[in-house]
Design a protein around this ligand. Structure first.
Ligand SMILES: [Zn+2]
Length: 350
């Protein structure tokens, strides 16, 4: 038995654990050490809310790849999954334009800083490391329209700039808690077994969007864990308040809508679901949002307001006891009739 499988069964106790973390009034719950192994030395994961059911954060470093990254985006769309990318800034600035980058963000994913050259910051002076990271943020800002809010250190080595990240660079550190090391070409089943041994609510998995094998492993993860009621989201630390404004700025009439559902909030009698959705064909709002509750027909949640936000309540009775997630779509108002996923969420336990 490995150290990690000797841990208590967190799928059963995860709820208690999360409550414990929240009740400790930690602004950003530090999940370091939960996996029972060192994990890049930079594991700060903020817990988004009281969502009781499992969320997995898939992350993809060192892209973008001309073939595999677009294929991965299509694969993620098929499962309504949102993830976080940490491309090498030099590579994304060289290979992608603003429109391609905006398309990735408008699908609900996030992009964080992973330095300009993929440098080992522990081998650099503080000044060198700072300019390496600041240069990457500027490059990403040119493509995204806003500066990244999260940083992942290459090799997990933050070096001397750890104390500068928040105050001077405006970013939180984004580590990982599971590393299946798919770059070593493990059999897919070995990678899955590794994840089975570490699965817990809030697991942050390190992948790389530059290999065929990654696509196969990720497809297996999406399929299996979706069936078991897990949802896949972008890291909360990487979610900028500027994402919505940048989407609204970048979408043109005829484009598919973009948007995002927020973490669910429990209210008396049910769950409050909020988020934003924007379609450039409806600049004054009025975009319809549809959602599914397991076992029932798709439901219409009503239109967005003039501020492009939506809000509706799901009562406990209609939600039932099923632990499957509720998924939301924006009903495209434009000519292409291509609904856009707003993501999936788990309803809190009543
Ligand atoms: Zn890397």
């Amino acid at each position: 038995m490995t150290a990690s499988t000797a841990l208590p069964d967190l799928s059963a106790t995860g709820r208690k654990l999360r409550t414990l973390l929240l009740s400790s009034a930690l602004a950003a719950a530090v999940l370091v050490g939960l996996s029972g192994e060192p994990a890049g030395g930079s594991d700060v994961v903020s817990v988004p809310d009281e969502t009781p059911a499992p969320v997995m954060y898939l992350t993809f470093d060192d892209g973008p790849h001309w073939l595999f990254t677009p294929m991965l985006l299509d694969l993620l769309d098929r499962y309504g999954a949102r993830v976080s990318f940490f491309p090498t800034a030099e590579a994304i600035v060289d290979r992608w334009d603003a429109a391609t980058t905006r398309d990735l963000l408008n699908r609900g994913h996030t992009i964080g800083n992973h330095t300009w050259h993929h440098s080992d910051l522990s081998r650099m002076s503080a000044d060198e490391a700072f300019s390496e990271v600041a240069m990457a943020s500027s490059g990403l800002e040119r493509l995204m329209g806003f500066s990244p809010t999260c940083f992942r250190a290459p090799y997990g080595e933050v070096g001397e700039i750890a104390a500068m990240l928040g105050p001077r660079l405006g970013m939180s550190l984004a580590g990982w808690t599971a590393d299946p090391q798919e770059w070593r070409d493990p059999p897919i089943q070995d990678a899955m077994s590794y994840l089975h041994g570490r699965e817990r609510d809030g697991l942050v998995v390190l992948f790389h969007d530059r290999k065929w094998l990654t696509l196969h492993i990720v497809e297996q993860v999406l399929k299996e864990y979706s069936d078991r009621g897990w949802v896949f989201d972008a890291l909360p630390a990487c979610m900028s308040d500027d994402l919505a404004a940048a989407a609204m700025h970048s979408l043109a009439p005829g484009d598919a809508p973009a948007g995002r559902v927020n973490p669910a909030q429990r209210v008396s009698g049910g769950t409050l679901v909020t988020g934003w959705a924007f379609d450039a064909d409806l600049p004054a709002g009025g975009l319809y949002v549809r959602y599914t509750i397991p076992g029932s027909e798709p439901l219409l949640a009503g239109p967005t307001g003039v501020d492009h936000r939506f809000e509706f309540q799901v009562d406990s009775v209609s939600a039932g006891d099923d632990e499957s997630p509720v998924c939301l779509w924006a009903v495209n108002a434009g000519p292409r009739r291509h609904d856009a996923s707003l993501g999936c969420l788990q309803l809190p336990e009543s």
